[in-house]
Design a protein around this ligand. Structure first.
Ligand code: PLP
Length: 393
C-alpha cells in the first residue's frame, strides 16, 4: 500500500470545485440542475484580449519566457499598480504566476517554516488554510459573524497574534462574503500590525475591480503605507477580465521574498503560459470598459438576489460591496427543516430535492451559511430562488 506524504494527507480537495463537479455529474446524468457554485464570471473573455493571444501565437511567442514573467507584462502590472492603487514597484518586486492560487502557494512555501502561524479571518477563501498546511504552517482562524459584516476587528486581530505569527491574510472584497473593508477599518487593523513588526501581510485583491458601494477600492497598504516593506499584494486577471482559464496571477512585495517565491516557481512550474501572458498584458493595458459592463450586470443580480433571499423563510442575507457571491445565513432554515442539522446536509437536500447546487458555509469556515454565486443569468437566479423557496416550504 502506498504511504502518501503527511503533507497531502493534511489537506482536502477544493470543496468549491467539488460542488461544481457534482452538479456537472448530475446534469450529465440527465437531471435538471441549477448550479450556483461557480467561482468564475459567466462572461466571455473580451475580444481584444483574445485577439492579443492569437497574435502572440502567430508571432511565435510560444516559447519559455522569463520565469517571473515577460518584461512587457511586468511593466503592465507595474503601471496598473501605479494607476489603480498608487503603489510603486520595481520589476524585481513582481512575480507573475499561473493564477492567483499559485501566487499564494509560492508565498506560503517561501515564507513559512513548520509551526509558523498564519492568521486567516473566516469566512475565508477555501484554499488559504490548505495551502498553509502544505507549507507546514498553522492556520489560525478568526471567526466573524453576519452582525459584524464578516469583518474582523482590531481587537480580534490582536488576540489572534502570538510570537509564532508570521503572516496575516486579508481578502477584500471577500470570497465568499462579497464584503469589503473600509479604509478606516483597514487603518485600525494596521495599527495592530504596526506593534508587531515581524508579521507579514498578504492582501488578496483578486476582486478589486468587481466593487460597488460608497467607497472606492482600498487595500491595507493604501490605508497604511508604512506596511510597504512587509505587505504582499496579490492580484490577477482571472476575475476582472473573465480569464479564469488563462491562469495568470501576480504578486508584488518585498524583493527578498518575491525573489524566494521566484526560486520556488523556477523549480516547479517555471513561467506561466507565454500566450496567456500576452493576453494578460492586453487586459491590463487595454480599455477597462469591459470590466465596467460586467460589474453593472453583477450589481443588478446582487440586488435582486439579496432581496429575494431575504424573502425566503429562515434565510437572511446582507448586502455585499462587490464580487459575484452572496453569503446568506441559512441557520434558521437548518433548524426548521426536518432531517437536517448542518449546512452541509441542507446543501445536499437542496441538490437532491430541487436540484440547486450551493456551497455550504462550512467549506469557508462559517457553518450555518451558504455561498451563492450570481455569475449566472437573472433567469437562472429567479428559478433557483423559486426552487429554494419550495424546498424550504
Ligand atoms: N483569491 C481569491 C479570493 C479567489 O476567490 C480566487 C479564485 O477563486 C483566487 C485567489 C485564485 O484565482 P486564480 O488562481 O483562478 O487566478
Amino acid at each position: 500500500d502506498v504511504q502518501l506524504s503527511h503533507r497531502v494527507q493534511q489537506i482536502k480537495p477544493s470543496p468549491t470545485l467539488a460542488v461544481t463537479n457534482k452538479a456537472a455529474e448530475l446534469r450529465a446524468a440527465g437531471q435538471d440542475i441549477i448550479g450556483l457554485g461557480a467561482g468564475e464570471p459567466d462572461f466571455d473573455t473580451p475580444e481584444h484580449i483574445k485577439a492579443a493571444a492569437i497574435a502572440a501565437i502567430n508571432e511565435g511567442k510560444t516559447k519559455y519566457t522569463a520565469v517571473d514573467g515577460t518584461p512587457g507584462l511586468k511593466k503592465a502590472i507595474i503601471d496598473k499598480f501605479k494607476r489603480d492603487n498608487d503603489l510603486s514597484y520595481e520589476p524585481n518586486q513582481i512575480l507573475v504566476s499561473s493564477g492567483g492560487k499559485q501566487s499564494f502557494f509560492n508565498l506560503a512555501l517561501a515564507l513559512l517554516n513548520p509551526g509558523d502561524e498564519v492568521v486567516i479571518p473566516a469566512p475565508y477563501w477555501v484554499s488559504y488554510p490548505d495551502m498553509v498546511l502544505v507549507a507546514e504552517g498553522v492556520p489560525v482562524i478568526i471567526e466573524t459573524t453576519q452582525e459584524q459584516r464578516f469583518k474582523i476587528t482590531a481587537e480580534q486581530l490582536e488576540a489572534a497574534i502570538t510570537d509564532k505569527t508570521k503572516l496575516v491574510v486579508l481578502n477584500s472584497p471577500s470570497n465568499p462574503t462579497g464584503v469589503a473593508y473600509s479604509k478606516q477599518e483597514l487603518a485600525e487593523l494596521a495599527e495592530v500590525l504596526k506593534k508587531h513588526p515581524q508579521i507579514f501581510v498578504a492582501t488578496d485583491d483578486m476582486y478589486e475591480h468587481i466593487v460597488w458601494g460608497s467607497e472606492p477600492f482600498c487595500n491595507i497598504l493604501n490605508a497604511c503605507p508604512k506596511l510597504y516593506d512587509r505587505t504582499f499584494v496579490l492580484n490577477g486577471v482571472s476575475k476582472a477580465y473573465s480569464m479564469t482559464g488563462w491562469r495568470i496571477g501576480y504578486a508584488a512585495g518585498p524583493q527578498k521574498v518575491i525573489g524566494a517565491m521566484k526560486k520556488i516557481q523556477s523549480q516547479s512550474t517555471s513561467n506561466p503560459a507565454s500566450i496567456s501572458q500576452a493576453a494578460a498584458e492586453a487586459a491590463l493595458n487595454g480599455s477597462q470598459e469591459c470590466v465596467a459592463e460586467m460589474v453593472t450586470e453583477f450589481k443588478k443580480r446582487h440586488d435582486y438576489l439579496v432581496a429575494a433571499l431575504n424573502g425566503i423563510n429562515g434565510v437572511s442575507c446582507i448586502e455585499g460591496n462587490g464580487t459575484f457571491y452572496v453569503f446568506p445565513s441559512f441557520q434558521e432554515a437548518i433548524e426548521s427543516t426536518e432531517g437536517v442539522s448542518t449546512d452541509v446536509e441542507l446543501a445536499e437536500l437542496l441538490l437532491s430535492t430541487v436540484g440547486v447546487a450551493l456551497v455550504p458555509g462550512s467549506a469557508f469556515g462559517a457553518p450555518g451559511h451558504m455561498r451563492l454565486s450570481f455569475a449566472t443569468s437573472m433567469d437562472v437566479l429567479e428559478a433557483a430562488v423559486a426552487r429554494i423557496k419550495k424546498a424550504l416550504g
